[in-house]
Each structure stands twice: as structure tokens, then as C-alpha cells.
Design a protein around this ligand. Structure first.
Ligand code: WTA
Length: 662
């Protein structure tokens, strides 16, 4: 394992370098050079996007309108156009003669391999679409998807898109409780899941545990459960409701026409944590979303579709999986690697083994993963031939310069530009980065807004900040892939995103700085959202899970700076009556949270506290909790109802608990 001095030696002179130009060999072959592209949209970004969409998508009826802001902030894009998203991701490539091109080199956890061509993916998609249609699923109906990283996950998403149904994918790391809750919130009519899922050599009985929760908390709208046979473990099936996916597909017609839908046909809902316990159902629609994911995938990754092999390590259950594993790459007809397993299973060099095996040229991952790889040491990537890699990307959280430099040197061999891409579930697609042939990169700094995109750093009052001054990130102009609303909750959409700076400006929720060249550094969230390894979790969601435990009276959750995961969850917990906090209870509470939300939400640290710092009106002062947890000097405590509470907490922290590792 590498220690700090190894790392300093490894990075050497690079540690002093603040900007990196595209390496010569790369720049010479890059699609985009110079700065022309940023100037291309001129004053009329919507007109420019209208031209782009005609270039990147195959419309059944080409749009004549671009942005419609008459119902602001409920914006529409390309509203008079019609298209079928699955046609754009599949049929058009097959029609163009590329049916034999590999869409996914799939690799199973135990080393199984399967190459799925565009023609095969189209065939599976059509059968799944018909299986859904045969059971009454129609345009606008919501279909839940809870699947591991297997090709059926992609085919299921595209099958929904094909018939205009709205998919609601839930990340495989969530607990069955969270899955059922999301089916309930979205009034899902069907759920596509799996018999069992493999994780690091073990198999979890997914369908059976969903059944247990569904019995306790029935979802009245849920009429059909499709079960993909992935591991062959014993699985209970409910007559009338459940069906094996392979049997339903075999019985279905192989052809399902890709009928055109209006551009604003909803494509998917993705639940994401906000400031309250109830997750937000972020709704995306078709034409604008696919335009920007397709365009950004082509330009930001400098795609050369004939020769590139792309590997995105995200799970399909997150927005990165949606936009840059499924829709962006497939809309471009690209070839990707899809890996079922964890980054350290069966060994810590598995990603690099896959890069060598499939000749990966474009690689996209998260800073937290890079930091884990740094910890495991440079010998893992060095064991493999990574010479085909020509571009690297990151997303999900700010990347610290050391991790950036390590990625650049050890993985990229100082030959590959790095695109640090800033965006959100809400933005749908990349908004800020550096275009790899055209701009220098600065370690730890995301970059400039892409062509056709405007962002600003502003004060609390909405005034533009001077260069170098920290403020709030805001987006003053609508963009094609933006969320359209929060599902069944338009008021919360307006309130969350368009109340802070007025109806026309989108409030991002990130603190940021912009330098003289317009490069944006994103500092972190300003709301009660914690970013653990690039996964967004709300303090309120974790708190309500902890408080549901019978021994707990009250809890306050904060994000604490963490070297590996960016932020880690720390929970201050007050127990009922005279109960004493013990190590066994720490484990019990962690397990309790894992059961209710999922392992990713388990607090790393639990701090017992007799009381919590509250203002006179009863609001918990999380700022003080963050200070005390990170060992900082406490600021003003005079507004507290009980000013002594902080001193007691500090003493308690010093008496110490050991944080739990996952
Ligand atoms: C953070 C993930 C710094 C940010 C695609 C944002 C980043 C939140 C970056 C969205 C980046 C994402 N640099 N911070 N390159 N990318 N973030 O919705 O706080 O899971 O608001 O979307 O992640 O997380 P989400």
C-alpha cells in the first residue's frame, strides 16, 4: 500500500504544475481544437441547440421550435418534434449497417463474458417492450427497474422508451424498503427485477426480499413483476402478478415498432436525495435530454466511434449510468464495457485488466474510486497494458489535485487529457468541463460551461461574484437536458430550484468559485445533502431512518470531511430514557440504517449525545455539529437554547469512538 511519501515521489514535479495542455499527440487528432466551438452559439443558444439536435438525433418529425419558455420555469424544448428514443439508440445504427457492432462487452463478476451487438440489443429490447405492452403497460405508465449491472438492465430501459413508458430505475445498492417506497411514490404499474444479485462472491435473494416488503407495504398500483433469471436461485412467484422475463419474452412478438412520441414525452424518473426525508422524483423528457447527452458524449469524450472503446464505471442506477452508460453512448452508436462487479472483486486491478482486455480508449469514473486506487497502490494499473487509453474523465464530486495528478500519471501515462465533468441528476447531462482538444485542464477545477450553456457564481442575493470569490452556483438560462419537474410535485420543483433567485434562474445547491478565465471550481453542497463517494444522501432521510429505531429519541446527521469518500456520515444520537450507548448498539443502528435505506447510508461514526445544539426556536444547528465533529474551534454558541450542550459534546467526542469501516 502506498504511503504519503511514496505518493509525493511518484508525482514529483507534477505537484507544482497548475495547468495541463492537451498532449501534442492528442491535440493533433482531437475533434475539437481552439476556441471556435465556445463561440459558435453566439447570442442565440436555443437556435444553436436546434441545429445540434438535427445533427445528433434522428427525428421522425423534425422540430421547428427550440426553447419554449412561455410556462417558465416549466420549460419545453423542441416541442413540435417527434422521435422515438429507442430508435435513436438502436434501430438507426442497425439500419445504417452497424448491427454487428458491439454495444456492450459485458463482463460478469466471475469472469463470464458476453458481447452484445446492436442487433441483439434491439431484438431483446423489442421483446421486452412487447412483454410489457401485452400486459397493459402503455405510454406514460411508470415501470420500476431494480437490476444489477447486466445487459437486461439496458434493454429494459430502452424497452420502456420504445413504448413511451417512463422508467424509474433504483440503484442496486438500495434496500428493498427504499425500492418499494420509490414504487409507491411513482405509482409504478410494473417492476422489472431479478431472482438474485451477485456481489463479491455472494448471492442476495433480491426478489424474495422485495416480496417480504411488498407483503408488509403493498403498492396498490403495482400489477406486474417481471423477474429476470440471472442467478437461478430459488425464487417464490406470485400467480397472476409475477412472470419470468425469459418466458414473457419468448411468448412475445419479436417485432415492436418504434412509434414516434412528442419531444416532451417523459422518459424517466430518477429519485434523488434532497433537503427533506422524501426523495425527489426528478423527471426527464425525451428530445432535449437525448440531444444533450448525445452531443456531450460525442464532444466531451472526443468520440471516434469506429475505434473507441469506452468504459464507464458507474452503475445504471445513478444518473451517470443513465446518461453516460446508456443514452449518450448508445445514441452515438458507441462500443462500451459493462462490468457487473465491484472495483476490488475478484481483485484490485480488475478495471485495468478490463481496460487491457477490451482495449479501452475512453475511461470515466469517480474521484472516490481514484482515491481508492491510489490507496491500493500504482502496481495494480502498472500490471496491465493501458497504452490504448487516450482520454480520462471524472464526475460526482470535486477531485483533489493529488488524485487528479495520480490519475493523469499512473493511469493516463501523462498522455491522456482529463475531463472533470460537473453536472447533476437534475441537469441530465454535462454542463461544465474542459473540451479536451481545445482547452487546458487545471487539476481540481472542473472547467468552463460548455457551448450553449451559461452558469454564474452569485452571492446570496443573486449578484455576480468577482473572480476568485466564493458564492453559489446558478444557471440563468434553460438547457435542453434539464429536469422538467419533480414527479407529481410541481410546487416542490419551483420551490427547490426556482425560488431562491426568481423564476428564471436555476439554483444549483453547490458552492463554487470562478477564476479570471471563467473556470469553475465546485466546492460542495450548500444544502442538507451529503455526498458520500459521489452518492447523494439527505441528512433528513438518514435521520428519519435512525429515529425509527425504538431505542432512539433524537438524531442529527451531518456530512464530515473524509479522505476516501469525500464526505462521510456522522450521526449524533440521543437515546431514549437512561439507555447507554454501547458498541453493540452502534452496530445495531448501522445495520438498521442499512436495512431501511441501504448500506451506502450507514453512518461511519455515531456520537452519543444527551442533547443536541438547538436554537431557541428548536432548529438543530448542524454547522456547530460539523465543527465539533471535525475538531474545529466552535464559533458563536450564544444563540443556543442551552449553550453548555456543545461543551458536553466536545468532551464526549474526545472520549472517542472508533469510526466503522464498511
Ligand atoms: C457534485 C452526479 C465537483 C455536485 C452526476 C453536484 C461535482 C452533485 C462534480 C450532483 C464535479 C458532480 N466536481 N462536484 N465534477 N460532479 N458534483 O445528482 O455537488 O448524483 O451538485 O449527479 O455532485 O450529484 P448527482
Amino acid at each position: 500500500m502506498a504511503d504519503a511519501t511514496d505518493l509525493e515521489n511518484e508525482l514529483g514535479h507534477l505537484l507544482d504544475q497548475e495547468r495541463f495542455s492537451p498532449p501534442e499527440a492528442f491535440a493533433a487528432g482531437a475533434r475539437v481544437t481552439g476556441t471556435q466551438l465556445h463561440d459558435a452559439p453566439g447570442q442565440d443558444a436555443p437556435a444553436w441547440w436546434l441545429a445540434q439536435t438535427k445533427e445528433v438525433l434522428d427525428w421522425a418529425k423534425e422540430p421547428t421550435q427550440s426553447l419554449d419558455d412561455s410556462k417558465k420555469p416549466f420549460y419545453e424544448w423542441f416541442a413540435d418534434g417527434e422521435l422515438n428514443v429507442s430508435h435513436n439508440c438502436l434501430d438507426r445504427h442497425v439500419i445504417a449497417g452497424n448491427g454487428e457492432r458491439v454495444a456492450f462487452h459485458w463482463r460478469g463478476e466471475e469472469g463470464e463474458e458476453r458481447d452484445v451487438t446492436y442487433a441483439e440489443l434491439l431484438a431483446d429490447t423489442q421483446r421486452i417492450a412487447n412483454a410489457l405492452y401485452d400486459r397493459g403497460i402503455r405510454a406514460g405508465d411508470v415501470v420500476g427497474i431494480f437490476l444489477p449491472m447486466i445487459p437486461a438492465a439496458v434493454a429494459s430501459m430502452l424497452a420502456c422508451a420504445r413504448i413511451g413508458a417512463v422508467h424509474n430505475v433504483v440503484f442496486g445498492g438500495f434496500a428493498p424498503e427504499s425500492v418499494v417506497e420509490r414504487m409507491h411514490f411513482s405509482e409504478a404499474k410494473a417492476l422489472i427485477t431479478v431472482d438474485g444479485a451477485r456481489r463479491k462472491g455472494k448471492t442476495a435473494a433480491i426478489k424474495a426480499s422485495l416480496d417480504t416488503v411488498l407483503e408488509r407495504e403493498p403498492v396498490p398500483s403495482l400489477e406486474h413483476v417481471f423477474v429476470v433469471r440471472a442467478t437461478g436461485i430459488d425464487t417464490p412467484m406470485h400467480e397472476g402478478r409475477d412472470v419470468w422475463m425469459d418466458e414473457a419474452m419468448a411468448a412475445a412478438d419479436p417485432e415492436c415498432p418504434a412509434e414516434p412520441f412528442p419531444a416532451e414525452q417523459p422518459l424517466f424518473i430518477l429519485y434523488s436525495s434532497g433537503s427533506t426525508a422524501k426523495p425527489k422524483g426528478i423527471l426527464h423528457s425525451s428530445g432535449g435530454y437525448l440531444t444533450q447527452t448525445a452531443w456531450t458524449f460525442r464532444e466531451v469524450f472526443d468520440l471516434k466511434v469506429e475505434s473507441d472503446v469506452y468504459f464507464c464505471t458507474a452503475d445504471v442506477g445513478w444518473v451517470t449510468g443513465h446518461s453516460y452508460m446508456v443514452y449518450g453512448p448508445l445514441a452515438n452508436g458507441a462500443t462500451s464495457v459493462m462490468y457487473e462487479g465491484a472495483p476490488d472483486y475478484p481483485h484490485k486491478g480488475i478495471w485495468w485488466e478490463l481496460c487491457e482486455r477490451y482495449g479501452v480508449t475512453l475511461f470515466y469514473t469517480a474521484p472516490t474510486a481514484i482515491r481508492a486506487c491510489m490507496k491500493w497502490g500504482p502496481e495494480h494499473p502498472r500490471k496491465h497494458d493501458l497504452s490504448k487509453l487516450r482520454l480520462l474523465g471524472t464526475v460526482g464530486e470535486p477531485i483533489n489535485p493529488k488524485a487528479w495528478l495520480w490519475y493523469h500519471k499512473v493511469v493516463g501515462g501523462e498522455r491522456c487529457p482529463i475531463v472533470d465533468t460537473w453536472w447533476q441528476t437534475e441537469t441530465g447531462a454535462i454542463m461544465v468541463t474542459t473540451l479536451p482538444g481545445a482547452q487546458d485542464a487545471k487539476p481540481g477545477v472542473a472547467g468552463t460551461p460548455l457551448p450553449g450553456i451559461t452558469v454564474r457564481v452569485v452571492s446570496q442575493e443573486g449578484e455576480v461574484c468577482d473572480a476568485g470569490t466564493q458564492g453559489l452556483l446558478a444557471i440563468p438560462e434553460p438547457w435542453p437536458a434539464m429536469l422538467r419537474t419533480l414527479y407529481k410535485d410541481p410546487d416542490r420543483y419551483q420551490e427547490t430550484y426556482f425560488s431562491k433567485f426568481g423564476p428564471g434562474t436555476y439554483f444549483v445547491g453547490d458552492a463554487a468559485r470562478q477564476d479570471e478565465e471563467g473556470y469553475v471550481s465546485v466546492i460542495g453542497r450548500v444544502d442538507d445533502v451529503i455526498n458520500v463517494s459521489g452518492h447523494r444522501l439527505s441528512t433528513a432521510e438518514v435521520e428519519s431512518a435512525i429515529v425509527a429505531h425504538p431505542k432512539v429519541a433524537e438524531a442529527a446527521v451531518i456530512g464530515q470531511a473524509d479522505e476516501d469518500t469525500g464526505q462521510a456520515i456522522a450521526a449524533f444520537v440521543t437515546l431514549e430514557g437512561d439507555l447507554e450507548g454501547t458498541d453493540a448498539l452502534v452496530d445495531e443502528l448501522r445495520e438498521h440504517v442499512a436495512q431501511r435505506i441501504g448500506k451506502l447510508a450507514r453512518p461511519k461514526r455515531i456520537i452519543w449525545s444527551d442533547d443536541l445544539p438547538k436554537t431557541r426556536s428548536g432548529k438543530i444547528m448542524r454547522r456547530l455539529l460539523r465543527d465539533v465533529a471535525e475538531g474545529r474551534a466552535l464559533g458563536d454558541v450564544t444563540t443556543l437554547r442551552d449553550p453548555d450542550v456543545m461543551a458536553r459534546l466536545e468532551a464526549q467526542i474526545k472520549s472517542g469512538q472508533v469510526p466503522r469501516e464498511d
